[in-house]
Design a protein around this ligand. Sequence first.
Ligand SMILES: Nc1nc2c(ncn2[C@@H]2O[C@H](COP(=O)(O)OP(=O)(O)OP(=O)(O)O)[C@@H](O)[C@H]2O)c(=O)[nH]1
Ligand SMILES: [Mg+2]
Length: 363
Amino acid sequence: LALIDQLDRVVAAGARHLPATVTATLATIARQLRNRRAFSGLVHLVGIAGGTGTGKSSLFNALAGAEYSTVGAFRPTTAAAVAWVPEEEAGKLEAFWPDLGIDEVVTHNEDHRLALVDLPDIDSIVTAHRVSVRASIPLLDTVLWVVDPEKYRDRVLHQQFLRPLAAIQHRLRFVLNQIDRLAIAELEIVAADLTTVLSEGGYRGPVIWMTSADPPSGPPIGIEAVREGLAERAFDRSTPDDRTREEIERALGIVAPYVAPIGLAGSWSDVKVEAAGLLGGGRTGEGWRVLRETIQSLAATAPEIDASVDLPGLVGPVTGSVDAIARRLDATIGRHLRDAVRPRAVTGALVTELGLALARVRG
Ligand SMILES: Nc1nc2c(ncn2[C@@H]2O[C@H](COP(=O)(O)OP(=O)(O)OP(=O)(O)O)[C@@H](O)[C@H]2O)c(=O)[nH]1
Ligand SMILES: [Mg+2]
């Protein structure tokens, strides 16, 4: 897609002046989107996320129809993600697994394109789990968020995870698992209550499926409805494009502060005249101070400006008329500043182009 190519150009131009972490984040977004294109529409990639012990691995196994992922009594059980994917597409998906933290892949030959990923928990003491789940969410077509009857109202869950994800709620589906622990009469009450908490967090009409993925006795319940619900979305062609737009938008937000114009032309033309007047009028100390402070305040918004430069050394002898001094300041300090912010302007132009392209795609 042209949008991803344009993001690559921003990354390349930005390498000259952006902090390394920003370039790395943008490059990752471009890479993830490009990886996605390799199999966009080939599979419907569903990640099973949620709190520890809610039954994510149990649901994964129930949907896959075999015990591929370890279900455990000790929390957290799942550390590395396991994926269950259509055999034909497994090769095309390989490049993508490191980004999802997946180190075990099992394949299926079923008559559908569902690819499931059993993610680690989001709330155990293992911080790395949280980080890897957060990183994988942009890559998933659908996030199947599992809650249980005990912890579905958890404050941390809603504030730290579900609220921020409301922005991509069209890609979220909820599963209330372990319904065998509720009386029939309680089911609807709990589901309605969950809908209420979610709507407080910005969700409009969230889809909630109810399951018992690994009941203490008897067969799993509600699994077929989840399968069917997921199948409906399987070839939703708009999904990858939605994500591209969302991710490009996110990239623009990340890079924006680093390419914002700093108004150099205006502020410098005033300061250079003022400083030339001071230097030419014998108030040398003040003149250099004005220049130093100007450069420092510009460098505060544009860190690519070297504020520690030796100004008298850079400018050399200050003699002649105020006009001549102003010209000299412009040829030395002015040039130093313009050179420093040129990469920002170049990247900024590409960022603006990308923003315009995004707006065009949105229509
Ligand atoms: N009663 C009941 N227990 C369940 C159900 N689903 C899972 N469990 C049990 O809950 C425990 C945790 O299940 P897991 O599937 O390992 O949960 P998880 O969400 O993958 O947990 P982590 O990998 O630690 O994040 C296990 O003892 C399961 O047998 C269910 O529907 N009903
Ligand atoms: Mg698990």
